[in-house]
Design a protein around this ligand. Structure first.
Ligand code: SAM
Length: 280
């Protein structure tokens, strides 16, 4: 066991400093003060962070710290901590570590008895959760689903019966596919998309997964919030949509009637069934 009163010792400190997720007014006094006072400021993308620092008139050199150089950087950081230097970590946006680098830095700091202090501020995840209209606790923050289709499906299957409100980060070019995959895995649950939070074109979209999946054009930054499993909503049936439609065709129905019936049975729109049928 370790117990550290961070303000009662002379150990160096590692500050995890939250920065805005769009609107530059969303910065705390303490975030600015800590960026000014640290000996070394680490940032994921130095160009992005330099713009931020310039905006707040902070004159500080930034050192690059990201997933691809973190192992080399840890050798240097270890030395800086030994010399008693304090370090600040900022992300391109929002809270460090929340789908951003920093986890291993925290482990290193803890191993060296360095104080670890969070300078709290915005995160797209919690902002989306609280405006979604879904129960805010318990919730499960997933972040980005895996890129590989099979792995995504496995993960969605694992999440199928969890009662927690689910939070995903997603990119505009993948959101429509993700919505369809969620529809297949979860059935037509209620969902909420928070787009461009705190920015000029901020938008909240509420509806069922099939309604939102019908939107073709997506832009900007996105958080997808999905209502947790409530027990009464149907998890997608064992059969796929295509299997259901084919079964009805084999029993003598016309294809269009079969699609209509499957849409009705699954409480989906006909266009969703049509798309699924032709994609599988
Ligand atoms: N550390 C950040 C945080 O605390 O929210 C998240 C970083 S993650 C690399 C970037 C993703 O967060 C984006 O692809 C998007 O899914 C989400 N995101 C960030 N800013 C957002 C915003 N203003 N509106 C909606 N989603 C946002």
């Amino acid at each position: 066991m370790k117990r550290i009163s961070v303000n009662q010792n002379t150990n160096p400190t590692c500050y995890l400093i939250s920065t805005p997720i769009g609107n530059l007014e969303d910065i705390t006094f303490r975030a600015i003060k800590s960026m000014q006072l640290v000996d070394i400021l680490l940032a994921e993308d130095t160009r992005v962070s330099l713009k931020l620092l310039r905006h707040y008139q902070i004159d500080k050199q930034i050192v690059s710290y990201h997933d691809h150089n973190k192992e080399d950087m840890h050798l240097k950081i270890r030395q800086w901590f030994k010399e008693g230097k304090s370090i600040g970590l900022i992300s391109d946006a929002g809270m460090p570590l929340v789908n951003d680098p920093g986890y291993e830095l925290v482990l290193l700091a803890q191993e060296m008895d360095v104080n670890v202090v969070s300078i709290p501020g915005p995160s797209a995840s919690l902002s989306a959760l609280v405006i979604s209209g879904f129960t805010p606790h318990p919730f499960l923050f997933y972040g980005f689903l895996p890129n590989k289709k099979q792995k995504r499906i496995e993960e969605l299957t694992r999440l199928q019966v969890l009662p927690e409100t689910l939070l995903f980060y997603e990119s505009p070019h993948r959101i429509q596919d993700t919505l369809y995959e969620c529809l297949k895995a979860f059935g037509d649950r209620r969902a909420f998309v928070a787009r461009e939070l705190t920015k000029l074109y901020e938008e909240g979209i509420s509806g069922t997964l099939s309604e939102i999946a019908a939107i073709e054009e997506w832009k900007g930054e996105i958080v997808l919030v999905i209502e947790g499993f409530k027990g009464h909503t149907s998890v997608a049936s064992e059969c796929s949509i295509k299997q259901d439609v084919d079964r009805l065709i084999e029993s003598g129905q016309k294809k269009s009637d079969a699609m209509k019936q499957v849409a009705k049975e699954r409480n989906l729109t006909k266009s969703v069934v049509y798309k699924e049928y032709h994609e599988e």
